[in-house]
Design a protein around this ligand. Sequence first.
Ligand code: BGC
Length: 344
Amino acid sequence: MRKRGRTSVIFFLCMAALLTGCGQKSAKEEINSIKIGVTVYDQYDTFVSQLMEHFKVYAREKSEETGIAINIEVYNASASQSAQNSQVEEMLGDGCNVICVNLVDRTEPTTIIDMAENQNVPVIFFNRELVAEDLERWNQLYYVGAKAFESGIMEGEIAADAFRKDPEADKNGDGVFQYVMLEGEAGHQDAIVRTEYAVSTIVDRGIEVEKLTYAIANWNRAQAQTKTAQIINEYGNQIELILSNNDDMALGAIDALKAAEIDREDWPVIVGIDGTDVGLEAVKSGELAGTVYNDGEGQALGMLNLAYALSMGEDISTLEMEEGKYIRLPYQKVMQTDVDEFLK
Ligand code: BGC
């Protein structure tokens, strides 16, 4: 019986690799299968679950291309750091060659780092960035993600352009953009940085802003709907802009506007970040003024290539990494005019 929250996927065991391995004694040819352990902070997070889908697809393709069986174990930490620590312990016990960790609490990587170092198993952290000092604790620690400030700047640019181009965006005509901020988890690097840079970018573009209020909705659509419904009750038509730290919360805000039966032409400008499938659909329909593509697909590929190279003992210096540790994919703005390219 497998433990709850764990799935195991065994990809394509290539007979050719098994056969050519017979009698060949070089170290490289002796490896015909690898095991990668992954633990995610919450398997129901839209962005993280899409990233994991891409990761599995890339693993299957890599397996077919190389003839190496890639066995992936995926655990759901269900927002518990102690559960995640136990999962890492189990993966190490299972003989995983590399562990990929989407930290629950990005300030608490110590237990995981110590356990992995004891067993000499490299760790790739992803999406939830630990502080640089923690990544320095051992030379087999890596991080795959993006530069959060870029997404904040792009979100601010989308909002500023909407204000400049559409006179209707300034509902009361006072020349000031009255906004509400929907924030992800307190303490998450993306929530902190996106919030700061989105607003400062609008201001840098010469637009005066007024913060009506904010809500922490933990990246979650349902929480964002509930909190936006309360904000609508309090501020109603004063809200000219909703800046959301991610698409799911922006979609929750849209759910609240619809539930409150507010006419479409009275909606504020709403901007998200991620470009998840549902987020892109909302850009296409015009409900979202735009989003910022967080390249989960590129992050999944970067993580798979690194995990594979580490497991096979290959030279990783050919992979594009900053400081030999960081793989960061760029963000991109997505507007209605180019959304189809991202939906493909
Ligand atoms: C994404 C969010 C996601 C969060 C999870 C962020 O980078 O934009 O959608 O919920 O990561 O850690």
